[in-house]
Design a binder for this molecule. Structure first.
Ligand SMILES: NC(=O)c1ccc[n+]([C@@H]2O[C@H](COP(=O)([O-])OP(=O)(O)OC[C@H]3O[C@@H](n4cnc5c(N)ncnc54)[C@H](O)[C@@H]3O)[C@@H](O)[C@H]2O)c1
Length: 442
């Protein structure tokens, strides 16, 4: 294929070298003439393992040319990869100056290409951009400058880049996956022809989801590093070997290094996580160790709970039916259940509340579980209903906190279209609930 690459920094230069190595004709574009001269001379503009040899090899192959001329590059290629920098501005926002200026230039170049009746050009944004940038910022500029339409005269896609500096050629050849954010199948097919040979999954999604997932990946990586480092700081103060602890932790591939707990839902609670986080924070305080990330977890969890309360309040309805009360489906453990806290908040604000949880039977509660509920919901006896139907029938707004299939079926059978249902469990597709379902944050 004939490919033009805009921005020859770490991402662009490595892509240029690897694509030319794989036999494609590549036009490199940058505003920095020094980088262009280096590439022309078969030298690498970035220090990366393997790049010295690879640049020499691809320069000799005759498959690489460089230019500062955007129009010539667009006219001479079928696909453009945009890899310009998107650094932080002083206030923390993303400085989109370079990519916005480039979008205008690309639009003007496309005008000529459209006039030639050429095959629709594909522009693939590979720079990391905040969600919505391609569709709300770059597309209007390109459409205005080109006079053409995305999806008809050209295609705009977003393909997040996952290479890491220091191992970029290896990462190019073996990415975790290829994600194509594309609103048009035709553009995704062209990219599959270019990247489909890589030994990984090729996944097509929406442009916005692709933009967002790149941030989620980087945020998750930062979170993992900080988790390991905070754990190490506490270990060090306690005389425990942090490497041993983290190694043991990582050996659990069921709950720790896995998909477990990575699905959006309601706040966490129960008899373990909150108390153990509090004990960790207290221990750190005693040892003068700062753990800002771990210490922030409970307040973030409280935000999630407050969101559920706000959702109920926003309905303007006062008679609430809560389905589910224990800290998770399938247990009667009420200790530190976020649903108990939500019930407390609702009662405190004068809502009329009735509750059903198939697992919770007051007469059978014992020990710490019993004393917890007596302390937090002393009048629970008046609210707890043995029959789900009674709770559904008497409510204007339902709060669904149980994801038991039997409960969901029963709610689907009984709920009415005039009721609002605040869904805390992410109801499965085809749930059949006829109430006006509002997801917590989905
Ligand atoms: N560096 C990484 O490891 C990495 C990994 C994944 C994603 N990314 C993302 O990829 C993008 C590029 O990162 P990078 O580290 O390669 O950046 P970089 O700063 O090394 O390179 C950007 C290049 O773009 C050029 N440029 C600026 N305006 C231009 C224009 N109008 N036309 C042509 N070229 C222009 C600059 O001169 C520079 O050479 C960023 O959005 C970054 O967040 C980077």
């Amino acid at each position: 294929m004939k490919i033009s690459i805009f921005g020859l920094g770490y991402v662009g230069a490595v892509s240029l070298a690897c694509l030319a190595r794989d036999g494609h004709q590549v036009i490199g574009v940058d505003i920095d003439r020094t980088k262009l001269e280096l590439i022309k001379a078969g030298k690498t503009p970035v220090v990366e393992e393997g790049m010295v040899d690879l640049m020499q090899q691809v320069a000799a192959s005759g498959l690489v040319t460089v230019t500062t001329d955007t129009q010539a590059a667009v006219l001479g290629s079928e696909i453009s990869l945009v890899c310009v920098g998107t650094p932080s501005a002083a206030n923390g926002s993303q400085d989109q100056g370079a990519i916005v200026r480039l979008a205008a230039q690309l639009g003007r170049a496309l005008k000529h290409k459209i006039a030639q009746n050429a095959e629709p050009h594909v522009i693939v944004f590979r720079s990391t951009v905040v969600p919505g940038t391609v569709e709300d910022v770059l597309r209007p500029i390109i459409e205005r400058e080109s006079g053409g339409r995305d999806g008809i005269d050209f295609f705009l896609c977003f393909q997040p880049e996952f290479l890491r500096e220091g191992s970029s050629i290896r990462d190019y050849d073996k990415p975790p996956f290829t994600i194509i954010g594309s609103n048009h199948a035709q553009a995704a097919e062209r990219l599959q022809a270019l990247f489909g040979h890589l030994p990984c999954k090729f996944i097509r999604t929406s442009v916005r989801a692709a933009e967002m997932m790149k941030y989620s990946c980087n945020n998750f990586h930062a979170l993992k590093i900080t988790f390991a480092n905070e754990t190490a700081r506490l270990c060090s103060a306690l005389g425990v070997n942090a490497f041993e602890v983290m190694d043991l932790m990582c050996q659990d591939t069921q709950l720790n290094i896995s998909r477990a707990y990575l699905k959006p839902g309601f706040a966490f609670g129960g008899s373990c996580l909150p108390k153990d986080l509090r004990a960790t924070a207290y221990l750190a305080k005693q040892r003068d160790v700062q753990l800002p990330m771990l210490q922030a977890i409970l307040s973030s969890n409280k935000e999630h709970l407050d969101l559920a309360f706000d959702k109920v309040a926003a309905t303007g309805r006062r008679r609430v039916g809560m389905v589910g009360l224990s800290f998770k489906t399938g247990t009667d453990d009420l200790r530190e259940s976020p649903l108990v806290t939500l019930a407390e908040m609702l009662i405190g604000k004068g809502y009329t509340l009735s509750i059903h949880d198939p697992e919770v039977h007051l007469a059978r509660l014992l020990g710490a579980n019993k004393s917890f509920i007596e302390q937090h919901l002393p009048h629970i006896g008046q609210m707890l209903q043995p029959e789900l139907d009674a709770v559904v029938d008497s409510a204007d707004v339902l709060v669904l906190g149980s994801n038991s299939p039997t409960v969901i079926e029963a709610v689907a059978r009984r709920a009415r279209p005039d009721q609002v249902l605040i869904d805390l469990v992410h109801l499965p597709a085809g749930h059949g609930v006829r109430a006006q379902v509002q997801g917590l944050c989905w």
